[in-house]
Design a binder for this molecule. Sequence first.
Ligand code: TYD
Ligand code: MG
Length: 465
Amino acid sequence: MAKPRSRYVCRACGHEALAWAGQCGGCGEWNTLEEVAAPAGSGGSGGSSRRRRAAAPPRAIPLRDVVSPREERLSTGIGELDRVLGGGLVPGSLVLLGGSPGIGKSTITAMALGNMVSAGRQVLYVTGEESTAQVRMRAERLGSGALEVPALAETDLATVVAAIEAERPDACVVDSVQTMHSGELSSAPGSVAQVREAAGGLMEVAKRNGTALILVGHVTKEGAVAGPRVLEHLVDCVLLFEGERERSYRTLRALKNRFGATSELGVFEMRSGGLVEVEDPSARFVGEATAAAGSVVLCAMEGTRPLLVEVQALVAPTEVVPPRRVANGIDRNRLAMILAVLARHGGVGVGGSDVFVNVAGGVRVDEPGAALAIALAVASAQRGEPLTDAEGRPLACFGEVGLTGELRYVAHAERRVAEALKFGLGPVQGPRIREAPAGLEMSATLRKALASARRRGGTALREAA
Ligand code: TYD
Ligand code: MG
């Protein structure tokens, strides 16, 4: 039998080539082409399309007449996970759960399957990384449901596919997709070709049997799930599990979701008995906020709910050229932009200093509305002036900063302000808004917001006295 013809796919951009080359013809990256097996039946050149032309042409139907599948959802028994998924797992869907090692991917999936078994569902846990004995040790910490989960230690793709076919579970976890190996490919497990082949094969059997499939995937240092774009195109939903390993908080968010919003955030805490949902993360993060210089509270929006997080900055003189700019939990480019605006329009220059900005609790805030909080934290750190009020409560703020130093409107102002007021943080510094909610102190520019924040901290008053 002839070996199926191979193709080569770029790891970076997904460009396909018939022959291997050092440089990708699509994006110009070097050493990114990897071998993948050609799909069955695509051997002949143009043969299949010619065959199709001979048969009756396919008929398109008006969308009104398309039968929509029942919106049945499988609850994982973990409220925050269900919410991020958009209301639970969709039967026959493919979810990719990414996260760095040790973050808790195996824990959350084992807990979810345990809950589903307790609810009378059929499940299957495929482990390619750990032995079943190791999986059992984890399950012992997670309660009785987790111990009922049928587990299979297997890395051979064909065997796993056969097991899913035989068991027809409602939900199946494959931990991790990087360990799956197809004998039809010569490349090593974890390579793009193997990961793609595994995801494709598993998806096919899952869709056929209506199994909701969760693929666990490791992320690379850059934060992409290995086999990056190729896999993300394929799956219905990409979830990212993040957090600082040293801290116990974990956040779960959807980067892509065909069945729900991508902005929802779930917050968990890793405890000795597994992951515990944090129902009111604002209360936790505000409770831990410090009153020191360089700390402010950001009224962020995460999906449909407001979230208060502490933004911390440290500005330290340095001899290093160029000085360091370290951003944790915010985008580096956003930090660079804010520092430039601060210098040009806010009168706060940090040219000769290292700047570190951190969102406490290991949360990521990727919205433009975080800019004012970052700017105020850096300004406060630079001057060594805390922005707390007379009672020592931290300053709460939100708003986008424009390149000309103006403060710009961001959505859901009322809900952000209301969340801050709920925790006794007010007035809130923010941009000008037509119908301003009570408790919002509006400024037209970054410079005015800085002055207003310092007045609140009592610095301007002390200086005047
Ligand atoms: P794990 O789910 O194995 O991470 P991943 O699959 O993402 O690599 O969990 C890793 C960490 O979680 C590990 O350091 C131990 C800790 N842990 C707890 O603190 N409590 C628990 O109940 C469990 C099961 C794990
Ligand atoms: Mg694991």
